[in-house]
Design a protein around this ligand. Structure first.
Ligand SMILES: [Zn+2]
Length: 296
């Protein structure tokens, strides 16, 4: 069962959140039939989105992370609610995979180094907050760090990792860590944290050793007294429904809907997040036209 934990040092100077998202990323890989590089890229983004989503505080809030780089993977999108539940998709699920010499997947080669990371925080009321930063490396974690530094002026460290089995290419482990300095952190706090981060092992190495997400936060915050704010189960959750898809169809022109009804005899819509298939008969489509014209 995947979980996300939020911790804080007892002096209130540093917040650390960590996620074990092995099941979530495995699910994403299965749902979208992702190549290894697409699994690693989307998996990292899903971990980042969950870690950012969990701190939104308001119940109905959501956060969207959209990466548009110049690499072969196309657009990556991950969405999290305020409970850290996520969903996402990639433009090219079959993206070719390059490896570094140490055997790790070269995510940057898939995503590209030129492009943008867009972050949209939507609180369900009023205008959403939109931030955009240029990609730093296309490795995702550094791009999220850059977003916080540039767009929100919050000093942040981020580590994200997805470990894939060399033989069957399935997800073994996935997780992430997000550390933020809170206002009032002094120089000695920053120095100590930097020393901790220098010797911190990669996320999937720590998970593979059997460390849980609290152990990982405590290791990152070694030398500080750590308090747990909350620990929450998280899942890959899609929010699609037949009525939402109907709303989307109703947004098309009458002519387009009639084309489906009369020329094709039906309409079929696949949810881009969970791949669920929705079918609409000729009669369903005629009702959609009728209903939308009654409303107007
Ligand atoms: Zn769906």
């Amino acid at each position: 069962m995947d979980k996300v934990i939020r911790t804080i040092t007892s002096d209130g100077a540093i917040m650390a959140a960590a996620i074990d998202a092995s099941d979530i990323v495995f699910t994403a890989q299965q749902v979208h039939k992702l190549s290894p590089s697409a699994t690693a890229a989307l998996g990292r983004l899903l971990c980042g989105a969950s870690l950012m989503g969990i701190s939104l505080k308001q119940d109905k809030a959501t956060i969207n992370l959209r990466v548009m780089g110049d690499g072969p993977i196309g657009t990556l999108l991950a969405v999290s609610d305020s409970k850290g539940n996520v969903r996402g998709y990639v433009g090219n699920s079959d993206c070719p995979t390059e490896y570094y010499n140490n055997g790790k997947i070269n995510v940057s080669a898939a995503v590209g180094k030129d492009g943008t990371l867009n972050v949209i925080r939507d609180y369900g009321a009023g205008d959403p907050y939109i931030g955009q930063v240029p990609l730093v490396s296309g490795e995702i974690a550094e791009d999220i760090t850059s977003y916080y530094a540039t767009s929100e002026q919050i000093p942040t460290a981020c580590a994200l990792g997805v470990l894939i089995d060399k033989d069957d290419k399935k997800v073994l482990l996935a997780g992430g860590l997000l550390i933020q300095l809170l206002p009032g952190a002094d120089e000695s706090t920053i120095e100590r944290l930097e020393k901790n981060l220098e010797k911190l092992e990669p996320m999937t190495t720590m998970l593979a050793k059997g460390m849980n997400i609290l152990d990982i936060c405590k290791t990152a915050l070694e030398g500080f007294e750590v308090e747990v704010l909350d620990e929450t189960p998280v899942n890959y959750v899609c929010t699609c429904s037949r009525s939402k898809i109907e709303g989307y169809l109703a947004g098309l022109s009458d002519d387009d809907i009639r084309y489906c009804a009369n020329d094709l005899g039906y309409a079929e819509v696949n949810c881009q997040f969970c791949n669920k298939n929705y079918k609409f008969t000729k009669e369903d489509l005629e009702n959609i036209i009728k209903n939308k014209n009654e409303k107007n």
